[in-house]
Design a protein around this ligand. Structure first.
Ligand SMILES: Cc1cc2nc3c(=O)[nH]c(=O)nc-3n(C[C@H](O)[C@H](O)[C@H](O)COP(=O)(O)O)c2cc1C
Length: 310
């Protein structure tokens, strides 16, 4: 309890967060990088940079470009790999009083399953967040996350390997996100997080060249908030498991809008690049909003959207 307020939220799979604010994968490193800027223990949860079985260098530069109200990245999932994560990053994460989730990705379903099996045996980890926005090698590079049956297959295999929390992170680059959401819910997901970045590109008119070496990248930041909010609202209305909202959350008010749309928790991404204390300030801002509005339990905000009668 904080000043008589209840901020804790249940995100399913036996995980209660002390407040609904988490940090988004790939925008918060392995958390140690932010230690000197903010109190990490104030967060409800931390999702670490996407991990693969082996270390990955990612894409060549330039791989980040600023756009109107957003940024495009084509990092290409650079990461230290699961072994170095255990040895070099996890000891620090274990000292924190917040829930830690490993964002995982693979090129094959077997790689996802092997990562989940390793994390199942790691003390200090609350669970996994499965990034299904990755190319499926055996399906000619089509992302797992755009095909309901491939997405369900990944989740089933991961579910078999772990009793820890299984959060599935959805790609917005689909026609109907609720179709994928229902499919991963049926496959055993404890929660759904959305959205990952929206595919985009940027061109330099002077040179006529793409601004990213990879040509195409993922758009994040305030530019994607309305799309994310719409997808979170549609998904929360369809599934029974908790939904975690991500996309352009820069302020406490943005976070609260996602809770009202039906999210049980939220993740702060690009905002941390602009202000490394953004996530902590969002926790404080939610408390202030609750005090101002006379709301004692944050759960009263979740799904409280008032729709016009038709
Ligand atoms: C530089 C960068 C790296 C990212 N890396 C990952 C990643 O490794 N795994 C993942 O699931 N999402 C990754 N994301 C997506 C974010 O976690 C988040 O879903 C997205 O940026 C939308 O939220 P935002 O608008 O608040 O940034 C990355 C985003 C950025 C900007």
């Amino acid at each position: 309890m904080n000043q008589g307020l209840n901020l804790s939220v249940d995100i399913g799979g036996n995980i209660i967060l002390k407040n609904p604010v988490m940090t988004a994968s790939g925008t918060f490193g392995y958390a140690g990088e932010f230690h000197r800027y903010m109190d990490l223990n104030k967060l409800g949860g931390i999702v670490v940079k996407g991990l693969s079985l082996n270390p990955s260098k990612g894409n060549p530069p330039p791989r980040i470009v600023e756009t109107s109200c957003g940024m495009l990245n084509a990092i290409g999932l650079e990461n230290v790999g699961i072994d170095a994560f255990q040895k070099e990053k996890l000891p620090f994460l274990r000292t924190l009083d917040t829930k830690i989730f490993a964002n995982i990705y693979g090129k094959t379903i077997d790689e996802y399953a092997r990562l989940a099996a390793i994390i199942e045996n790691l003390d200090g980890m609350a669970g996994v967040e499965i990034n299904i926005s990755c190319p499926n090698v055996s399906a000619g590079g089509l992302a797992f996350g755009v095909d309901p049956s491939a997405a369900a297959h990944v989740v089933k295999k991961v579910r078999q390997e772990t009793k820890k929390h299984v959060m599935v992170k959805l790609s917005p680059n689909v026609t109907d996100v609720t179709e994928i959401a229902l499919s991963v819910e049926n496959a055993g997901a404890d929660s759904i997080s959305l959205i990952n970045t929206i595919t985009g590109m940027a061109i330099d008119a002077d040179t006529r060249k793409p601004k990213l070496a990879n040509i195409i990248g993922g758009l994040s930041g305030p530019a994607i908030k309305p799309v994310a909010l719409r997808m979170v609202w549609q998904t929360a209305a369809k599934v029974k498991i908790p939904v975690i909202g991500i996309g352009g959350i820069m302020t406490a008010r943005d976070a609260i809008e996602f809770l009202i749309a039906g999210a049980s928790a939220i993740q702060v991404g690009t905002a941390s690049f602009i202000n490394p204390k953004a996530s902590e300030e969002i926790v404080d801002g939610i408390m202030l909003f609750m005090q101002e509005k006379g709301i004692s339990d944050v759960c009263d905000l979740i799904g409280s959207i008032e729709l016009p009668s038709r």
